[in-house]
Design a binder for this molecule. Structure first.
Ligand SMILES: *[C@@H]1O[C@H](CO)[C@@H](O)[C@H](O)[C@H]1NC(C)=O
Ligand SMILES: *[C@@H]1O[C@H](CO)[C@@H](O)[C@H](O)[C@H]1NC(C)=O
Ligand SMILES: *[C@@H]1O[C@H](CO)[C@@H](O)[C@H](O)[C@H]1NC(C)=O
Ligand SMILES: *[C@@H]1O[C@H](CO)[C@@H](O)[C@H](O)[C@H]1NC(C)=O
Ligand SMILES: *[C@@H]1O[C@H](CO)[C@@H](O)[C@H](O)[C@H]1NC(C)=O
Ligand SMILES: *[C@@H]1O[C@H](CO)[C@@H](O)[C@H](O)[C@H]1NC(C)=O
Ligand SMILES: *[C@@H]1O[C@H](CO)[C@@H](O)[C@H](O)[C@H]1NC(C)=O
Ligand SMILES: *[C@@H]1O[C@H](CO)[C@@H](O)[C@H](O)[C@H]1NC(C)=O
Length: 459
């Protein structure tokens, strides 16, 4: 059994589809299950979306990238690579266009030559919804770390916009979450949890409101939030505290002038300015020493320390979000050999390409936060996940302020809402007849609140 296989876990997840035809209560469906979590993602992370491509459908999972636009899919290429268990394609699948009757490409002889990459068009099925004639870039599987991805960024060609063009949702927007971790085992599965993605809406049951919303129009396509610093609440019973059991340990504050940090759905590592990171390390009894090449290695600690209960409070705008320190711990090796890495690090000075941002919030933080994004208003919303969610409360992301229902923030009063590109695409739904009918009969501009769906994430 390959090492990666140890990290394979099957997630349960719900498929949500909601149709609010005139006057009807949003219908929430939960039928199709689930997804497989990502293994061995030591320097990648994020949400993986289960879809199928082609006719008949070939299942695969795509890494969600909220800053990119295209859909990029692994295919066997001329080498016809077998996806061994060391390759991501064995977990997430690949797509063989030769086996899809609906695949078309302008490229000559692709079937015989099977070049390193080709572009083409095919059908993508997402939950109950099917989008035809989607543009795909197929990359041949050339290494153990190749993977497929789907861009849901603010570029108007991204998948979110394609869903609007096809009448499946009414605003270029989405939200996502992971279900709370009940039993954390940082060594076995660093934060593998099911979760969901909803295009065009939010699920208010999944977070403790309000959503705190921030504009990123000045940084788009990069999604940013205004960070003011971090507090570290150290476990008063931790063995490295000199006076154990002191009832209140004052939080360690590492604050600075509010500055935009980019927020990642794709990469797990968080970066903080040197002084801040050093203050966090000191508070948590870990270190990182600058190497000659200027790089600060990721601090390592024994994984057994994950039993310590420290909390990092991220100060973002006027909001603060508590994140357990274990969100940033993952095995340093596969298998871990007892060592874990702490994924808050110090950016390396890059004189040639200096980052415009003082820091980054990596995707692991999203294990504990609900994320909502609307590209009409260029707002991003965050809220703590609800550890005891009740029934789903799916609401559409609209065009009037506040675009996220019930959210707080400086929403623009007037936006120029995206107008769908003219399209001849047909929308097919396999099971929800009422929804399909509503789609077909809706007058332009009064599309029903159709919320397509899907699941899961991984760290
Ligand atoms: C999710 O995708 C993975 C990779 O293709 C697959 O192994 C798994 O069975 C899928 N899960 C569901 C419920 O479709
Ligand atoms: C896909 O097509 C290729 C070439 O036509 C064939 O070798 C392969 O077995 C097919 N795979 C499946 C799953 O049908
Ligand atoms: C499919 O999309 C391409 C461009 O992406 C367009 O040229 C073509 O007309 C579309 N086909 C159909 C059937 O809509
Ligand atoms: C802090 O961690 C180091 C290992 O990096 C350890 O040697 C030291 O004993 C720890 N301090 C305390 C007070 O536990
Ligand atoms: C601290 O608390 C633990 C258990 O809560 C207890 O066993 C230990 O004796 C306490 N230590 C001191 C110095 O009070
Ligand atoms: C950190 O800030 C909190 C709240 O602003 C304050 O109560 C606390 O005393 C500060 N701690 C330190 C060590 O400055
Ligand atoms: C961990 O610490 C937080 C606050 O710092 C506290 O609310 C929580 O109850 C603690 N959890 C455990 C299991 O001790
Ligand atoms: C997409 O954006 C480009 C500019 O980046 C613009 O020219 C084009 O009209 C936009 N398309 C739609 C459908 O809004």
């Amino acid at each position: 059994m390959g090492h990666l296989t140890h990290h394979l876990s099957v997630w349960t997840a719900g498929l949500l589809a909601s149709a609010a035809a005139e006057g009807s209560i949003p219908l929430v469906k939960r039928d199709h299950p689930a997804v497989v979590s990502a293994p061995a993602m030591k320097d990648l992370g994020g949400y993986w979306l289960n879809v199928s491509i082609g006719t008949p459908p070939q299942p695969l999972a795509l890494l969600v990238d909220a800053q990119a636009a295209g859909i990029s899919v692994l295919y066997p290429g001329a080498e016809s690579v077998e996806c061994s268990e060391e390759r991501y394609c064995s977990f997430y699948g690949q797509f063989d266009p030769r086996n899809s009757s609906s695949f078309t490409s302008d490229e000559d002889h692709w079937r015989e030559i099977r070049p390193r990459y080709i572009t083409g068009l095919d059908t993508l099925t997402l939950g109950d919804s099917r989008a035809t004639n989607l543009s795909l870039r197929l990359n041949y599987v050339d290494g153990i770390s190749s993977y497929s991805s789907i861009g849901i960024g603010p570029d108007n060609t991204s998948f979110v916009y394609q869903l609007v063009d096809r009448g499946l949702i009414s605003t270029p927007s989405f939200s996502m979450w992971r279900d709370p971790v009940t039993e954390l085992d940082v060594e076995a599965d660093p934060g593998d949890t099911p979760g969901g993605i909803i295009f065009g809406g939010i699920n208010a049951a999944k977070f403790n409101g309000p959503l705190h919303a921030f504009s990123f129009k000045d940084s788009a396509p990069t999604m940013t939030v205004p960070v003011r610093g971090v507090q570290v609440h150290v476990d008063p019973t931790a063995s490295f505290i000199s006076t154990p059991n002191s009832t209140t340990t004052a939080p360690i504050n590492a604050t600075f002038a509010e500055t935009p940090f980019d927020l990642q759905t794709r990469y797990i590592t968080s970066y903080f300015p040197r002084d801040t990171a050093m203050a966090i390390y000191a508070a948590l009894n870990m270190t990182s020493t600058r190497r000659d090449d200027g790089y600060y290695p990721t601090p390592q600690v024994p994984c057994s320390r994950s039993a310590e209960n420290h909390t990092l409070t991220f100060l973002v705008g006027s909001a603060s979000f508590n994140i357990p320190w274990t969100a940033f711990l993952s095995p340093a090796n596969i298998p871990s050999q007892g060592q874990c890495s702490f994924h808050i690090t110090i950016p390396t000075d890059d004189d040639e390409y200096p980052s415009p941002y003082k820091g980054t919030l990596g995707s692991t933080i999203l294990s504990y936060l609900y994320l909502a994004v609307d590209y009409n208003s260029m707002m991003v919303g965050l809220a703590p996940v609800n550890r005891n969610p009740g029934d789903d409360e799916i609401r559409e992301i609209g065009t009037e302020a506040p675009q996220f229902p019930g959210a707080e923030g400086d929403f623009p009063d007037a936006i120029s809402a995206y107008t769908p590109a003219p399209t001849t695409e047909t929308v097919a739904t396999e099971t929800s007849d009422g929804w399909a009918a509503a789609m077909r009969t809706a007058a332009p501009g009064v599309l029903p609140a159709a919320v397509g769906a899907v699941l899961f994430g991984l760290v």
